[in-house]
Design a protein around this ligand. Sequence first.
Ligand SMILES: NC(=O)c1ccc[n+]([C@@H]2O[C@H](COP(=O)([O-])OP(=O)(O)OC[C@H]3O[C@@H](n4cnc5c(N)ncnc54)[C@H](O)[C@@H]3O)[C@@H](O)[C@H]2O)c1
Length: 697
Amino acid sequence: MANDRNSGTNIMLAGFMGTGKSSVGRCLAAMLGMAFLDTDALIEAEAGAVISEIFRTRGETWFRRLEARAVRQASRLNNTVISLGGGALMDQRNINALKRAGVMVWLRTSPENVLARLQAEGAASIHARPVLEGRAELEQVRSLMSMRERGYRQAHVTIDTDGKRPEEIAREVARSAARQPFANEAGACGETSAAPGSPTIVADPTITAGGSSPLIDRARQRQRWMSMLETHPAFLRFDGGGSGPVRESTWHIADTAGEVGVAHQVARCEVAFPQSTAVAHAYRHEGRVLDIAAGSAVYAYLLGHSLLSRSDTYEAAFERPCPDGEAPPGTTIVITAPLLRSLFGTSLEEGLRNWLGRNARIVWAMVPNGERAKSLPALGRLYDLAAASGARRDLLVIALGGGTVGDVAGFFASTYMRGLRLVHVPTTLLAMVDSAVGGKTAINLRAAKNLAGTFWQPVAVIADIATLGTLPLRDLTSGLAEVVKAAVIGDPGLFEILEHVARVAGGADTHGTDGCRSTSFRRPRAARFAAARALQQEPALLRDIIRTAVMVKAGIVAMDERDAGDRLLLNLGHTLGHAIERAGGFRRWTHGESVAIGLAAACRASARLGYLQEETSGRVIRLLAGLGLPTSVPHADDGALRESILAAMALDKKARGGGLRVVLPLSIGKCSVCDGPAAEALMNEVVAKSSGRACKW
Ligand SMILES: NC(=O)c1ccc[n+]([C@@H]2O[C@H](COP(=O)([O-])OP(=O)(O)OC[C@H]3O[C@@H](n4cnc5c(N)ncnc54)[C@H](O)[C@@H]3O)[C@@H](O)[C@H]2O)c1
């Protein structure tokens, strides 16, 4: 994934080993309704080995390289409490990346305290920390600490932790972090070139059926952190153990989007999560399950907030409490990328164990991040792991991740032992609205993307909007391209909602005449992704947008499960999009960005042919631009790139027997599959028109 730094909604905990960063981090994340990531756990998931083993077999230099990669991934996240390894701040590049990602807090402890803690934990704990080289002595701790202090001192906030319990420290961190300006606020974190804070977006009561809440900006997020501390004394009693006394209580609370719910909750560990409980209740009343029909298959699509850790999510997905009815899966294999396991693995496993029983057999299977997941070697490793784990036909496959994980996991599920039950747990917007619905699976071959694939319908889709909170803004924006596509194919109402979001969040001129010139792609990153940022802080609106987009896709898939007719409509923007993705080596532009360019080109081609009004074409292009998406062939002045895009389209044409069929919009909500002149017009967009446009990506 290309360089993509967010503008600061994370809280990062730095400090020496034995300071309790992980326990404080978990406590803090629960208090503030944020995700939690431990970079050491991410390194272990990536390497498939514990840290002491990595040091022993590959050495410290190798470990620091893995650590730098983990830091880069962590610093692209949003709304996450990140616990950093004790030595992570020895590298200034790590510090620079992290400081742009949010508020960095140094949890300071005295060497005596560290030593006491390590000794209390025993020999195993000392051996698990290879920099101690098997010894825990005061002089050694002192000298290591002083070497690292230069890095820790660069944190935005310092908190002394001696003699304090994790929940006290967490509370102090939350208060201090809430007082800190965010990275893109003027003068903060040394980022002078960044745009001022996100605009405050005024509520529009017409925006969604149930949309009573304003989109919130970063200042309001800070207020939320504060008010969650002030107004929910229950948080203060959270002890992180989950085994406290059971107590009945009732709260009237508001979720992140301001929806008010009443939760009758047995308070225990859940005391820390009243927000998610209430939201789940609210969704149940609203009917959070959509039924998707594809050919003979009908499956549930569950959409809601904080669904993963709840056993009733899985009961609803399978329409029964386990183990009634069909035999429960003997083994569950969760296919995911290391980062996603580190972020969501605990919640998913908790929910599965609550449903299947404590002793359920859960196997974690890692695939690489991004397109590399959709490869023959990655698929081969999945087959090997399944065979080695003695899995039988009752294996349940869970795909936890974005479209890449879903595609390869789906391919695996459809072919291993001639087909296994599959549940999609999409964690990107693109996967929620597109790839998890419809049953297409794929891997990439050297010759072309998605060349090997199957149709394999899942038994359920579980879309937890909470997972979108951590998504890098560029990836959230990419998903919006598929949402715009759905709107242009079949829902003018959805199109208007998106226009509203773009207008108020991004300040884009969606009423102007020229989509290209009205929005500069050279604007600061914070401004370019303002719409994604606003949506990320507005889960109720995001949920409504997802539901509507899914319904467009589900409607088409229900009519044509296997791409024989109507389903071709879903290729809107994809003919050129795939060619661009390929020409960029699958790294330069995301799938969604490529689709956005393809969609804009399809609009221009359609207008040129007289199928679509010029004004409507401009409206679509302005919307894409307003949401932070590219709208023209990139580097149109780069002849070589243009040639490779055309060559990729020609390859596609050949693969389809010489006739390239393309989808063109006729109006907003209506498209048609065309051939002949339409394909030529689209190719002309690559050659001629784009080079005259002002905007580049
Ligand atoms: N099967 C289909 O019908 C279909 C439809 C559309 C697209 N696709 C495929 O989907 C793929 C693109 O999917 P994508 O855009 O989801 O990309 P992706 O799966 O590569 O995910 C994008 C990035 O976001 C990270 N990520 C995922 N969830 C996250 C979260 N909640 N928080 C933080 N980081 C997170 C991933 O690790 C990855 O780095 C393409 O390969 C495309 O061909 C398939």
